[in-house]
Design a protein around this ligand. Structure first.
Ligand code: G6P
Ligand code: MG
Length: 219
């Protein structure tokens, strides 16, 4: 009997390369605060919510105590406006390689799909990419209290799919995201660097390497 029944995808860095724009926008904000961030530090921001990302940057620059809640909200809004300008032209050709074909394959195999992204821009991005309808569910990030690596968002996806963890696989590009999947009791496919995505059951270099057989072998 085929066991795989559901696949839960992260968005930024898995479905499209918006992880790069998040990085560039945070880097600009950090520069305004005289904090220098690089791609190595950025691995700690991937998958993490907007306000938690800001806190991590301020902590990294030793400036956490310098700003009150209002100022922090203003900074997060500034970054988000910049980010939204960067993604204004995002289009179907920005879907990462192999992803559309893979989603079609899942649909044909009767496997249900969900998106579990911490991004409050997720719905807009999926609409712009023209693939919102390919997913059965998109978790509403606004209703999630605890940022990845907490498993809350992947547990919510399981609830929407109405499936147990052991018949599902999660796909993530962030270390925090892989932790979130694993702590929800789900098998994880990491997309990226195996030294970063240590807890993933399988790590692939890119989305073009996603194969239904690989996912089936995990459950
Ligand atoms: C995803 C990204 C993070 C981003 C978070 C919140 O998890 O990987 O880099 O900070 O979403 O996104 P938002 O679009 O709501 O600021
Ligand atoms: Mg991601």
């Amino acid at each position: 009997m085929e066991k795989l029944e559901g696949v839960i995808f992260d968005l930024d860095g898995v479905i499209t390369d918006t992880a790069e724009y998040h990085y560039r926008a945070w880097k600009k904000l950090a520069e305004r605060l005289d904090i220098k961030i690089d791609r190595v530090f950025n691995e700690e921001l991937k998958g993490v919510s907007r306000m938690d990302s800001l806190d991590r940057i301020l902590e990294y620059g030793d400036r956490l105590a310098d700003f009150n809640a209002t100022e922090k909200n203003e900074m997060a809004d500034w970054k988000n406006e910049l980010y939204k300008e960067m993604i204004v032209d995002i289009k179907p050709s920005d879907i990462l390689p192999g992803m559309e074909a893979f989603l079609d394959e899942l649909k044909q195999a009767g496997i249900r799909t969900a998106v579990a992204s911490a991004s409050k821009n997720a719905e807009v991005i999926l609409q712009s990419l023209g693939i919102r309808e390919q997913f059965d569910f998109v978790v509403d990030a606004a209703k999630i209290e605890k940022s990845k690596p907490d498993p809350e968002i992947f547990l919510k996806a399981l609830e929407l799919l109405d499936l147990p963890a052991d018949v599902c696989v999660g796909v993530e590009d962030a270390a925090a995201g892989v932790d979130s999947i694993k702590d929800a009791g789900i098998r994880a496919i990491g997309i990226g660097d195996a030294t970063v995505l240590r807890r993933a059951d399988v790590v692939l270099a890119g989305t073009d390497e996603l194969r239904l057989e690989t996912l089936k072998s995990l459950v």
